[in-house]
Design a protein around this ligand. Structure first.
Ligand code: PMP
Length: 390
């Protein structure tokens, strides 16, 4: 008996929505000379000494696999960095895993903890991958709304409204993509207490940890000792070190959990790229020096955008972290998508419709300021001209 082979794909994957960002990029790619505020990666190149370390490792013959969890020297450096900057204590031998970007870390963590039908809370607007990744791991994604009025901070009341006896885990991402929101210590403590009370595992994606503005310091979920045994911490080199192409990230988790996470990584990935691991090891040598010029530039650009939007009459909450602004465009009477498409048409400036990050992103657009200041100035001028016509 012949069946249609096209019907033999995995149903839970076929049913996933396409990324809203992708759809918009397809439109952008048909045009010439666009100023793009749509990208989610640093405009800086990786600091030279880090690139050199990767090249040198190849020269030295580091062309083989490393251990599954990654180079021991790198895991030690990661444990030290996490201790110093996040306040969490992890044993480099058993509690640190080097991954192919934070993306792989999120995937292996979700696959390690979810049984079919387990519900996972995550807050929206959010990074486009969380919902699909939860679904790919046979979990049930349960979005929790955050709102501009609260500076897009995640409240325990909103979480309480969505938690059920089937909830297994909570995904949190601060500083946040796409809103630029950060949490205060009291928020982190309240969310941790919520997770403990409902017996939830916590997946903390803190990939933008170093990118906080106005003299703030990032408050990590790893700084809460009571959470340690149920926390999976995610970080990586893509953002603060401008190393997206190296595909380097890591997961920190208690040894009992890491055992299971490591099995998936071992069978699916074997180990992260060896040359990239040597680059990451070099990136751990003088992180503050490497990041300083980039962080200074991002903060200046953020300050510029806040002032420019205020002057153009575009309301915006305070984006205190990451490199995204998330202005509210609802007063102009267009949907997010219409606003983005018409802005592109009229002024050749690309921004991402807020709905790409969840339904509650309606009324907003994401503007990345991982873009040079000159381009940002020109984009702001064009956006002001565009909203003047609405
Ligand atoms: N988490 C968030 C919130 C992100 O914005 C990104 C990249 N856009 C990632 C994870 C993935 O980063 P990578 O895989 O490059 O480490």
């Amino acid at each position: 008996m012949n069946t249609d082979p096209k019907k033999r794909l995995a149903r839970h994957i076929v049913g996933l929505p396409k990324s809203g960002i992708r759809e918009f990029f397809d439109i952008v790619s048909t045009r010439q000379g666009v100023i793009s505020l749509a990208i989610g990666e640093p405009d800086f190149d990786t600091p030279w000494h880090i690139r050199e370390a990767a090249m040198f490792s190849l020269e030295q013959g580091a062309t083989h696999y490393t251990g599954n969890a990654g180079l021991m020297a790198l895991r030690r450096a990661i444990a030290d960095y996490v201790q110093a900057n996040f306040g969490g204590t992890y044993d480099p031998a058993h509690e640190v895993l080097v991954t192919v970007g934070a993306s792989e870390g999120l995937d292996v963590a979700l696959r390690a903890i979810l049984n079919p039908g387990d519900e996972v809370l995550y807050h929206e607007p959010c990074f486009v991958s969380y919902g699909p990744e939860i679904a790919m791991a046979h979990g049930v994604p349960v979005p929790v709304e955050t709102r501009a009025e609260d500076n897009f901070r995640l409240s325990v009341e909103a979480l309480e409204a969505k938690v059920t006896p089937r909830t297994k885990a909570l995904v949190v991402n601060f500083p946040n993509n796409p809103t630029g929101a950060v949490l205060e210590r009291e928020d982190v403590e309240a969310i941790a207490e919520f997770a403990l009370r409902h017996d939830l595992l916590v997946i903390a994606d803190e990939i933008y940890a170093e990118l906080t503005w106005g003299g703030r310091r990032h408050v990590s979920f790893a700084s809460i000792p009571a959470l340690h045994d149920r926390l999976i911490l995610h970080h990586g080199y893509s953002k603060a070190w401008a190393m997206t192409g190296f595909r380097m990230g890591y997961v920190c988790a208690p040894a009992w959990m890491m055992d299971t996470i490591l099995k998936i990584h071992q069978y699916a990935i074997m180990c992260a790229s060896t040359a990239s691991q040597y680059a990451a090891l070099e990136a751990m040598r003088q992180p503050a020096e490497d990041m300083a010029p980039m962080l200074r530039a991002y903060e200046q650009r953020r300050n510029f955008l806040r002032a420019a939007f205020a002057e153009a009459g575009i309301p915006m909450h305070n984006p205190a972290g990451a490199f995204y602004a998330f202005p509210n465009i609802s007063r102009f009477g267009l949907s997010s998508r219409e606003f983005a498409v018409r802005l592109l048409d009229a002024e050749n400036v690309a921004v991402v419709p807020g709905t790409a990050f969840g339904a509650c992103g309606e009324g907003f657009v994401r503007c990345s300021y991982a873009t040079g200041m000159e381009q940002l100035k020109e984009a702001a001028k064009r956006i002001a001209r565009f909203v003047g016509t609405l």
